[in-house]
Design a binder for this molecule. Structure first.
Ligand code: GUN
Length: 293
């Protein structure tokens, strides 16, 4: 069993991005600038946004954090989005989800200029991705395809079973892996809470993508010998043996699954770090106008 090391890959990709920034600086070009909007005080969102901002600093990108309290009216958030859309210095931006209940996430997502939508959440980017046109890929699926690519995992003709049908992971990764080319050309089964006999579906998989948001959901006896397992989950569970009283686990029961796999992503240290790195890759593309003129 080989670990698919998201930390190592992220470091390699960030070094590549930092080298690009150094070149841009030498030529007095435009430094990539990512802005993040954080509304409220969701603890997990705070960790993710801080990690995005810190990663920008590490590689020499410019970053801006726009923070507002949880009771910020929807109109004010829309105003922030409009300002960022119009700011020529900002190459790309994200509005961290989830938003407080009184704010309509769909409305906010639709208000973001798709040319700056480095999260790849806007339906224009989603539709373009689905048709194989240049698009900002959503960060987690983009991170997953980079893991497969950089570890030279064979995908053509493989049976991939995706567990979970969210708009930001399950649905887009099932599209990307079924598309022509590498990594892709898979036969994909997209499973979810209404799937009949989920373990039987997962047992047919050469590649499993677990993105259901339930701690240690996928068990070892669901896994075909030699399968590749991509664990997208980041769940905090109580653990009295830890000083913090808790630990992070994925959507895969690592101890029973790992011995059956040819490759598996650990949690932490797998897909999560690649998600942040994919956002940086999208921001560089936005700055270089590689997706849109
Ligand atoms: N919430 C959970 N994941 C994400 C993400 O990738 N982007 C944003 N904006 N919010 C999230």
């Amino acid at each position: 069993m080989q670990l698919l090391d998201g930390k190592l890959l992220s470091e390699n990709i960030k070094a590549e991005l930092a080298a690009e920034v150094a070149l841009i600086r030498e030529r007095n070009g435009k430094i990539p600038h990512l802005a993040a909007v954080l509304i409220g005080d969701n603890a997990a969102s705070e960790v993710y946004v801080n990690s995005k901002i810190r990663s920008c600093e590490q590689i020499g990108f410019k970053s801006s954090l726009i923070r507002r309290p949880a009771d910020t009216p929807e109109n004010e958030v829309l105003d922030i989005v409009r300002r960022l859309n119009e700011d020529p210095d900002v190459d790309g931006f994200i509005v961290q989800l989830p938003l407080p209940k009184h704010i309509d996430e769909e409305k906010i997502t639709l208000a973001i200029d798709h040319r700056k939508d480095v999260d790849g959440f806007h339906p224009i980017n989603f539709g373009r991705m689905a048709q194989g046109m240049p698009a900002f890929l959503p960060a987690t699926p983009y991170g997953i395809v980079e893991i497969l690519r950089r570890y030279n995992i064979e995908t053509s003709g493989k049976h991939c079973v995706v567990v979970g049908r969210s708009n930001i992971v399950g649905t887009p990764i099932s599209i990307l892996l079924s598309r022509k080319g590498y990594p892709g050309d898979c036969t994909v089964t997209l499973t979810h809470s209404r799937t009949r006999d989920l373990p039987a579906e997962v047992r047919r998989a050469d590649i499993v993508v677990a993105a259901i948001g339930i701690p240690e959901f996928v068990k070892g006896d669901w896994i075909k010998e030699g399968a590749v397992v991509i664990d997208v989950g980041i769940n905090r569970i109580p653990d009295a043996s830890k000083k913090s009283g808790s630990r992070l686990v994925g959507d895969v029961d690592f101890d029973s699954v790992a011995p059956k796999c040819s490759h598996i992503t650990p949690v932490p240290g797998g897909v999560g770090l690649m998600t942040v790195t994919a956002l940086l890759m999208n921001t560089l593309k936005a700055c270089k106008k590689q997706v849109y003129e």
